[in-house]
Design a protein around this ligand. Structure first.
Ligand SMILES: Nc1ncnc2c1ncn2[C@@H]1O[C@H](COP(=O)(O)OP(=O)(O)OP(=O)(O)O)[C@@H](O)[C@H]1O
Ligand SMILES: [Mg+2]
Length: 231
């Protein structure tokens, strides 16, 4: 029988493309499950059948250029469905929910990245989530050049393309350097927010070192993690 918490935690991972969100989120899920907790790992865009289908459209380069507000509304509609049908019911049943990206990504990408006024993004975020805010957010910070180089290399490895180009990148990844710099700066600014919700972790060269920093920061913030990880 898996352990459930009376009020389950809602944890999100954020950061630029290729920062290491998915890798670290999977490991955290694995370690919490090893301690007997029920954990759901989900993601945005996506997280539901509907959301995954719209994700394909959003990330497919064949979709071409769509206006920033069109893009934002698609992300928010995915989010509304995700919160309503997946995240809230899971939290209420005591499952720890980890989401690979959530509301902060819209502020960073559609707000600072695409130029939509931040207040509009925040308003739509709060409508889509009906006010649900993560208990804690792990921001993995990395220079966009480093992260995108990693993605480009993996793409080349997969499709055997030796040219250093952006061909294999998805619609968002291929948005250009200035865009990715704005996204990174936005995340860094957001992590200075007085609420202390966003924990900024600078990615280290080794996975284990980065993961240890994440566990330390979580343990400093929550007794729960201190006890679970004996930290
Ligand atoms: N701390 C680390 N040190 C070295 N490599 C890492 C570290 N963290 C992740 N990686 C590697 O970086 C790559 C990108 O990681 P990952 O796919 O988790 O990033 P992501 O933020 O989820 O990317 P995306 O935005 O594309 O979803 C992977 O190959 C992963 O193994
Ligand atoms: Mg990922």
């Amino acid at each position: 029988m898996k352990k459930r918490r009376k009020r389950a935690l809602f944890i999100t991972f954020e950061g630029p493309d290729g920062a290491g969100k998915t890798t670290h989120a999977k490991r955290l899920k694995h370690d919490l499950e090893a301690e007997g907790y029920k954990v759901l790992l989900t993601r945005e865009p996506g997280g539901s059948h509907f959301g995954e289908r719209v994700r394909d459209i959003l990330l497919d380069r064949k979709t071409g250029k769509i206006s920033p507000i069109t893009e934002l509304l698609l992300y928010e509609s995915i989010r509304a469905h995700h919160v309503e049908t997946v995240i809230k019911p899971s939290i209420e049943s005591g499952t720890i929910v980890i989401s690979d990206r959530f509301t902060d990504a819209s502020i960073a990408y559609q707000g600072y990245g695409r130029g939509i006024p931040i207040e509009i993004v925040k308003t739509l975020n709060s409508i889509a989530t009906s006010g649900l805010v993560p208990d804690v957010t792990i921001l993995i910070d990395i220079k966009p050049e480093v992260a995108l180089r990693g993605i480009a290399k993996r793409v080349q490895d997969v499709i055997g393309n030796s040219k250093k180009n952006r061909k294999g990148l998805d619609r968002i990844e291929s948005a250009g350097n200035a865009f990715h710099h704005r996204v990174r700066q936005a995340y860094l600014e957001m992590s200075k927010d007085s609420s202390g919700r966003i924990l900024c972790i600078h990615r280290q060269n080794k996975f284990e070192e980065t993961y240890a920093l994440i566990i330390n920061e979580l343990s400093r913030k929550f007794d729960f993690f201190r006890k679970v990880f004996n930290n």
